[in-house]
Design a protein around this ligand. Sequence first.
Ligand SMILES: [Zn+2]
Length: 368
Amino acid sequence: MFELHVLGTSSARFAHGRSVSGSVLNTPGGMALIDCGEGMQKRMMDHNRALKSSGVESRTRISRVRAVFLTHGHMDHTWGLLPLLQTLDLDGRRNRMVIIGPSTQEAIDWATQHPGEAPPEGSDISPTDLAILFSQWQAIGTKDETSSYTIDWVLIPIEDDTPFTSPIQPLEGVTVTVVPTHHGVPSCGYHFESNAKAGRFDRERAVELGLTKHQIGQLASGEDLTIDGETLTAESFRGVPRAGYSVMVSGDTAHGPRGFDSQLLPSSPRLLLHESTFTAEKQETATQYYHSTAADAARHATACKASVLALTHYSSRIDTLSILVSEAREHFSGPVTATTDGDWFEINANGNVSHHVRVENGWNTMNL
Ligand SMILES: [Zn+2]
């Protein structure tokens, strides 16, 4: 099961009680963050307390974060990371942390030669390229020798907009695919897929055949057995394999990256959480500033054959979200939902999606 806790749904700045970007993804292979805007650690703590007090089993404790996937270097997606890393150090964390984000080979080379520096004016490299930010952050207090734990800073060079398997896979049993996006700086979305599982082992049949414990263990671990000249294949003791299921988060993007084509993705996501900064009347502005309208988000959902589209990352000009939902519905035939801060989604092993909508004393659940 995946859980996606969306703890910030505003673009660029706090507005209408909405925080900037930051989500918690709970997977069978551990917890990850996707973006980490200002105040993320407090949001996680408050959310965790609310989950606990309303009797929900799920948690968003910062100590459990294994990896942070940044979609790009803009401050509203990254400014909460350093304080969170420092709190973990104060807490005496021992486990390794992985921070992953997109960059370009040019920026990575430049930052390696000029650690901690900003690129010169007029350079093609953005001062908010993650290669630049990572090297600056390391220079101001997250160096390994002064920290209780080790941080792996992983920069992924983006060359074109073809999706590819992440070279680093920090979540066991989950395959992460990097989906390059169009945002004016190196940027990407992420596709998380739980690996397919072998079908259920038919222990009852093995017992009925009078096999020893050792032989049953062999079959269960995939070894074929030959008994009195007869072969028992391990496969014949397994039920139908359980398919994987996936969730995808867009990051910031204009409409059009190839990676939203279902043919280029490992699987169609059950849930696509997509930015929706503007309404249709601001289509030109969206394109100009490398953002999406609700209609753009819906076109991407259709292209990648998502089962459910959840909107997020709203401009401060947008107060009521229903207009975004109705605009999106014109371009996507599946369920569309607008996320508010503190909502969370569950994608279970059968791929069913439920949306837990934050209300005063807990959450209302909608099955989508
Ligand atoms: Zn943004």
